[in-house]
Ligand binder design. Structure first.
Ligand code: ZN
Length: 490
């Protein structure tokens, strides 16, 4: 089904562009993954879900998608200015663990949390630490091409020289004059020529544990380098989509462009996509603000800001109810509304399974189909798509009530459309928790109804009424009908 009118907003051109893969039907997609030194949190959920929908929809359209999402396990320092401690080493010291133990522990934990959000695993998940040789090769290319310089065991990217030939800052809309104005003066402690130069290879101090031999002495690669190297290693010198959170736009992605152009002479990425951030009650999430929420805390409800536990599917639906380029504010009220909304849609999908058909349909199914595709093709506009699903839900409920009609062929088509969009493309599913609770309730109800039936057969009306009234009190209504007794939870 390669007929596609998909438009993607390209951060680089600042407009929506028709999606035309470089080597259709193959699509290469690279997304910056986590630095694995702590529990996955709410901020990790948004890029994971955003690009999962991109992955799912491209596959749905019939493309062969190779989705690469890296694991950063080396060289991500606590400050962007090539200063501060290595995030993973800091954790390893705190917990007296081997750095790769920290990496493994938090990689496993990340996988578990992201799986609960029903994100498909990427096609390849490369680690920075597994690509040191390739990163050294790129450092050497940058040195050979005159875009990097060596000083005191470290190698830095020469932004000024690069900018004479190319535009450093094109992705984030900066220029070098602003960089001069906005960066601090060198304090004499640094080996850099200019404060905005960035490390592609960093000398390892004696206490630094993750270190590799190189032509420039023992050290480790600069954080930005791994993505330039691993994306092109697995997707080719040019590939289609590069994604990540907006917080990575500068300096990380800007540096990636400069490295790729500096090493190979041309850009690697056709479409740059960035998801916006999640705020919490209007504030940026941060450990110092006390509003830092891990995904495990969300799943268990174990955090002072949380009124209850939220399932992976509720969080996923909540995130998809906003466009990925809009900010999204987290609150208990918003998540509770998402929980209810999702249950209504899932119930609608079940109602759809048991609809009775008529000769004709009293509504326009083509219009629904067209509107859904228009929404998703418009730069993955999931909130509009979800609004169309809710409109259709109203019709489904009207058909169930006998107010609207549907023909057998339309019913088949509607079932497919509804489940394609809800389950396959948006990646939603029945919550395991909700599911098992529903199953338990159904079993208990069938026992109760059997007891009530026996009571009626014995003309014990008092017992039969007692069961009906007590159930009523907890919101379950019984309705006697021809087939027996039906029950409904309000
Ligand atoms: Zn990256």
């Amino acid at each position: 089904m390669l007929q596609n009118n998909l438009k993607i907003y390209n951060t680089l051109s600042r407009k929506k562009e028709n999606f035309e893969p470089i080597h259709a039907p193959f699509v290469g997609m690279y997304v910056c993954g986590p630095t694995v030194y702590g529990e996955a949190h709410l901020g990790h959920a948004r890029p994971a879900i955003t690009f999962d929908v991109v992955f799912r929809y491209l596959k749905y359209l019939g493309y062969h998608v190779r989705y690469v999402r890296n694991i950063t396990d080396v060289g991500h320092l606590t400050s962007d200015a090539d200063e501060g401690e290595d995030k993973i080493l800091k954790k390893a010291k705190q917990e007296q663990l081997e750095p790769m133990e920290v990496v493994q522990f938090y990689t496993n934990s990340y996988h578990k949390s992201i799986e609960a959000l029903n994100c498909l695993p990427p096609s390849i998940e490369p680690h920075a630490s597994g690509h040191i040789i390739e990163q050294q090769e790129m450092v050497q290319k940058l040195l050979n091409n005159g875009f990097a310089y060596q000083n005191n065991g470290s190698v830095y990217f020469d932004v000024e020289t690069y900018n004479r030939k190319h535009h450093y800052g094109k992705l984030s809309g900066r220029n070098i004059d602003e960089l001069y104005a906005n960066t601090r003066e060198l304090d004499g402690q640094t080996d850099k020529k200019n404060p905005f130069d960035f490390a592609v290879w960093k000398k390892a101090e004696p206490e630094h544990l993750q270190r590799w031999k190189s032509n420039w002495g023992e050290g480790f690669p600069g954080w930005h380098l791994e993505c330039s190297v691993m994306s092109t290693k697995y997707l080719g010198e040019t590939f289609d989509i590069h994604g990540g959170g907006m917080d990575l736009l500068f300096p990380h992605h800007e540096c990636e462009i400069a490295q790729s152009v500096g090493a190979s002479g041309h850009e690697a990425v056709k479409y740059w996509m960035h998801n916006n951030m999640i705020t919490i009650n209007g504030q940026k999430m941060g450990k110092s603000l006390g509003n830092f929420i891990t995904l495990t805390e969300l799943f268990t409800g174990n955090h002072k800001l949380l009124h209850q536990a939220y399932s992976g599917m509720t969080i996923r639906f909540f995130i998809l109810q906003a466009h990925y380029r809009s900010t999204l504010d987290f609150s208990n009220e918003a998540l509770q509304a998402s929980e209810k909304g999702l249950q209504r849609l899932l119930k609608g999908a079940k109602t759809l399974e048991n609809l009775k058909t008529s000769q004709n349909s009293s509504f326009d199914l083509n219009e629904f189909e067209q509107k859904c595709f228009e929404a998703i093709n418009d730069d993955f506009n999931t909130p509009i798509l979800i609004a169309h699903l809710f409109e259709q839900l109203t019709i489904i409920n009207r058909i169930a009530a006998g107010t609207d009609q549907i023909s057998p062929s339309h019913l088949e088509k509607l079932k497919k459309l509804f489940s394609d969009f809800l389950f396959e493309i948006l990646g939603l599913k029945e919550d395991n928790l909700q599911n098992s609770q529903t199953e338990d309730l159904e079993q208990v109800m069938s026992i109760l109804l059997e007891i009530r039936q026996k009571a009626k057969e014995n003309k014990d009306w008092q017992a039969a009424d007692f069961i009906r009234n007590k159930l009523n009190e907890v919101g379950i209504t019984l309705k006697d009908n021809k087939e027996g007794v039906a029950w409904e939870k309000s």
